[in-house]
Design a protein. Structure first.
Length: 349
């Protein structure tokens, strides 16, 4: 008697508070989100093939790829040791931080095409226009990303109070429109979230891929990871008509990723973070530096003036591109150096 073998298909599900490693959001369609267990499973992938994300134009234009960062309960050191190359003592005080939740963060900086897909009310125009769709969106300020619509005007006290973290962004800001379209809690990364993701598990004195920080100006290890002054074909003289291969910003994903698969965490454009800026934030323990009772103030009680920017850009030298380096700009600032990437908890709280 012939026995027939029964084929058993196993469907693997995940806990609702622990979704898979990659999340892909379709920006061209409302509420279309897909999850994938690894980069090899992303649509268009070939198992084991490298460069899948960087070779797929959709991931830089009409879709948003997010990588899960397992940060909850992990104690790590924010800032840098005194001996790190170009250590900035006032801004990089080493201190222990433990973040309270996991989060997704954009694999790429937000591109010009992605900005246009969401900010349909915006007249903001990037500086670098050649192959602009896949280059990072710059010439956008903190205020129009979170507090206002299509304006780099100073935020009113009502806008600061109503739309500063932990409140939701202004519904007509970029983040407000992105939330409306996707149903997800997108935001800017906090100062600490950004640094944790940029470090990718590596401590003081190392780039995000685990290679050593070598120099303050031009660094051979950084050349593999970043568009910065030392690896910028056009130096600091790039103009609006400069192609990405000739200088200025690079097409996102043109360099190698860090150890967690994130691109351009070093260089390309400075990235806006949620926090008000202070030099020494060691007393805040990684909390978002905004007073909950008075959103216009930092946690120390001082009135906030500038917002945190991270990662440096195509214009600056290696020393300013380190994971620990912190800088700041007014929330109204629009220039060719500043862009951003987004984070999202998406059930990971």
């Amino acid at each position: 008697m012939e026995r027939r073998r029964r084929r058993v298909e196993v469907v693997t599900a995940w806990a609702t508070n622990n979704t898979p490693d990659y999340m892909v959001v379709d920006l061209a369609a409302a509420n279309t989100v897909r999850y994938y267990p690894s980069v090899d499973f992303l649509p268009g992938s070939v198992l084991g093939q490298t460069g899948t994300i960087t070779n797929n134009t959709a991931y830089k234009t009409s879709k948003l790829v997010m990588r899960k960062i397992m940060a909850q309960g992990v104690e790590w050191t924010m800032g840098s040791a005194d001996g790190e190359t170009q250590h900035y003592a006032e801004r990089e005080v080493a201190h222990a931080v433990t973040l309270t939740s996991n989060y997704y963060i954009g694999v790429f900086e937000i591109t010009q095409a992605q900005w246009k897909n969401i900010a349909t009310n915006s007249t903001a125009a990037a500086y670098f226009t050649v192959d602009g769709e896949k280059r990072p969106m710059e010439m956008v300020c903190y205020n129009e990303i979170r507090l206002k619509a299509n304006s780099n005007a100073a935020a009113t006290s009502a806008e600061i109070t109503g739309y500063s973290w932990p409140n939701d962004p202004n519904p007509v800001s970029f983040l407000g429109l992105l939330r409306l379209k996707t149903g997800l809690d997108f935001d800017l990364p906090s100062d600490a979230q950004w640094e944790f993701a940029a470090r990718a598990g590596h401590g003081s004195g190392y780039w995000g891929d685990g290679s050593k920080v070598l120099n303050t100006d031009t660094d051979a290890n950084l050349n593999k990871l970043a568009r910065y002054r030392g690896d910028n074909p056009g130096g600091t003289s790039a103009t609006t008509s400069t192609a990405p291969t000739a200088g200025g910003t690079a097409i996102v994903g043109s360099y190698k990723p860090n150890s967690w698969g994130l691109y351009d965490m070093h260089g390309n454009v400075w990235e806006w973070c949620l926090d008000w800026y202070e030099d020494d934030v060691s007393a805040h323990g990684g909390n978002v530096n905004i007073s909950l009772s008075t959103p216009g103030n930092t946690l120390s009680g001082k009135a906030g003036a500038n917002r945190v920017i991270r990662g440096s850009c195509w214009y600056h030298p290696a020393g300013r591109t380190r994971s620990a380096h912190r800088s700041n700009d007014p929330g109204t600032n629009r220039d060719r150096f500043d862009g951003f990437r987004v984070v999202c908890t998406a059930g990971l709280r």
